[in-house]
Write a protein that binds this ligand. Structure first.
Ligand code: GLN
Length: 197
């Protein structure tokens, strides 16, 4: 499979490394311009700063082409800032500056809702389709999912709280599987993506 990693800002090398460990034969390619989207079987949207990534997507002429490919069925795994860009509704923080979003996931979220960088944490996450020990979820200035609409299904939880959702092969996580030394979520995503119509 050829898997693109949006490589404008954020934790791109970590995703590329995680993909390298997942399934032998996976080709991971950074995406910086529209031509890089050609021939991809899936795309990863990394964490970082969603307002910056949105601006760089527009500057690179990628905002509309990426949305069109996703709409046409390209499987997506989006983490943290990447997830924010897919969300339907952002509940604004007073004085905050929110990015535009593509609205593929029927969720309401609030950015930075667990606190600042210093309040980052790791906690056990239960992921549907990932049996065995809990997944070590790394949360860094993560958004909080406030509500999930009928078009989108939860598939990852921290206690009772939803921390991962999907609509078909469009997946969004508030935490960072690429920062845990655990390839199970990337592997599950690629397995499902390889079977996507
Ligand atoms: N707080 C960032 C934002 O709002 C996301 C942080 C992250 O991706 N780790 O875009």
């Amino acid at each position: 499979m050829k898997v693109g990693v949006l490589a404008l800002q954020g934790d791109v090398p970590e995703h590329l490394r995680a993909l390298g460990r997942v399934v032998p034969g996976t080709i991971a390619r950074p995406v910086r311009r529209p031509a890089d989207l050609e021939g991809l079987d899936a795309i990863l949207l990394p964490g970082g700063e969603s307002t910056t990534i949105a601006r760089l997507l527009k500057d690179a002429g990628l905002w509309t082409p990426v949305a069109e490919r996703i709409r046409a069925g390209l499987p997506v795994l989006a983490t943290c800032a990447g997830f924010i860009l897919l969300s339907a509704r952002l509940e604004s923080v007073p004085g905050g500056r929110d990015p535009p979003t593509w609205r593929f996931l029927d969720v309401t979220i609030r950015r930075n809702d667990y606190g600042s960088q210093r309040e980052s944490f790791e906690d056990a996450v239960r992921v549907e389709g990932v049996p065995g020990r809990p997944f070590p979820g790394v949360f860094i200035r993560a958004p909080r999912i406030l509500a999930v609409g009928p078009g989108t299904q939860p598939f990852a939880w921290r206690g009772d709280e939803v921390v991962g959702v999907r609509t078909g092969s469009i997946w969004g996580l508030t935490f960072h599987p690429e920062l845990s030394d655990d390839p199970r979520i990337h592997r599950l995503f690629l397995e499902r993506a390889s079977r996507a119509p």
